[in-house]
Design a protein around this ligand. Sequence first.
Ligand code: HEM
Ligand code: HEM
Length: 195
Amino acid sequence: MQKWRLDFRIWHWIHAVVILGLLGTVFLRKTFLSWRTNSELLVQKLAEINIDITMEQGKMLAKAIRAPMWEWHILLGYALTALVIWRIVLFFTESGKQNYQNLEKETLHKKIVKYGYLVIYATILFMTISGLTMHFHEVLGLTKELVHDIKDIHELVFNVILVFVPLHIVGVIVADARDEKGIISGMIHGERKEK
Ligand code: HEM
Ligand code: HEM
């Protein structure tokens, strides 16, 4: 019997790419495409060619430059929503639930890793719900204040993902090098189960 059925492996890798992509959009928003930095740059550089604009206009331009990039946050957000639904379906398969069965027999380390995955699933579910709620706030008739509060929480909870991703990648590399040889390629070719 395969440890990871093909559909689970495909799910894992698409999911990994989508999460990394979402983190990429956040990285760009906070760095190269930050309206704070770019609005100042625009005001300054336009002044050099004798075009005077206000900070407010600079901000508007900087946000317009950022907008097409941020569309990817929403597109990847939709993809993530579909992946969350797919993962729920996969919980009904052997590959999807094996990590969460007979946990009492596991070492403390494995227990932490596996509960960690469940925390991440809950976090990702929250990110999709809060993200979609913000995106569809008009249809939902939400007040600006509420949307703002949701954004603060969405942004705060994002840190859980930010910590998990490098920890997970370093974790599986270390495991692969030490006592769980082939754990990474197992997520590629499926791996045979001992039993
Ligand atoms: C790009 C490098 C990555 C590698 C090499 C990798 C590798 C692996 C491996 C080997 C496993 C099985 C480990 C085990 O059974 O404990 C696994 C599971 C998992 N990975 Fe990744 N992963 C990567 C990226 C990601 C990313 C970006 C996410 C996004 C959150 C992610 C989420 C998960 C989750 C949730 C599981 C648990 C699967 C389950 O429910 O049983 N992985 N990964
Ligand atoms: C793992 C998944 C996600 C992560 C890590 C993430 C991260 C973030 C972060 C850090 C921000 C705040 C950006 C800032 O103000 O500097 C943000 C804003 C936002 N996110 Fe997400 N997000 C995720 C999923 C989603 C999903 C699924 C959607 C929905 C389609 C979504 C929609 C939004 C929206 C609408 C904003 C507000 C942007 C604005 O105020 O213009 N996000 N996200």
